[in-house]
Write a new protein. Structure first.
Length: 185
């Protein structure tokens, strides 16, 4: 790397994520809508439930009118006109035992998203299916696995600059690395 070259790291806090086996957490962040209104935006259990609805409907080749009604109900639960980058992550329970599940009982089954702002109404469902069925690291999720799944929706709305190249924690932060070579980005 030449003297002019720089690397800039930004980290995304993981507490802007909701996940369910019906448990959610998250911080609220403000996002401007198209008309300039400010809304608080956080990942919610409704977003996670919508991911399950979309995946189950896919397998059951559901009724279009039910799908449209569910989408309308989901859209009404969101602040209007919000766009933000997002990821949908599916984890699968390793042991089908009766015991209470811990974080360690799950492993990654699919995770896909975008760093570009997208309309939440359509993109959460889109990425629910894409991460479940098209993550090339895994075979597509099957209907029989649904009962073992946990889903997380991460809204990327709370970035902060890293102080140095090790100012982030694996499993806590996502990072964006921007490399500037002095000629182009």
């Amino acid at each position: 790397m030449e003297q002019n070259d720089t690397i800039r790291l930004s980290k995304q806090k993981s507490d802007t994520t909701a996940s369910t086996s019906f448990v959610a957490s998250g911080t609220m962040d403000t996002v401007s809508s198209k008309n300039g209104d400010i809304h608080e935006l956080k990942a919610t259990i409704d977003m996670c439930a919508h991911c399950y609805d979309i995946l189950i409907n896919h397998f059951q080749q559901g009724n279009e009118s039910v799908q449209k009604r569910n989408l309308l109900e989901f859209a009404c639960s969101l602040p209007p006109d919000n766009k933000c980058p997002l990821f949908v992550t599916w984890d699968i329970k390793q042991d089908d035992g009766i015991k209470i599940s811990t974080k360690e009982d799950y492993h990654l089954r699919g995770c896909i998203g975008t760093l570009s702002p997208r309309e939440l109404t359509s993109s959460i469902g889109e990425y629910a299916l894409t991460s479940a069925l098209k993550d090339r690291r895994f075979d597509p999720i099957s209907f029989s696995e649904i009962r073992l799944l946990r889903v997380a929706v991460s809204l990327l709305v709370d970035y902060e600059e890293c102080l140095h190249c090790t100012d982030w924690i694996v499993g806590v932060h996502g990072i964006i690395i921007k490399y500037h070579d002095g000629i182009s980005n």
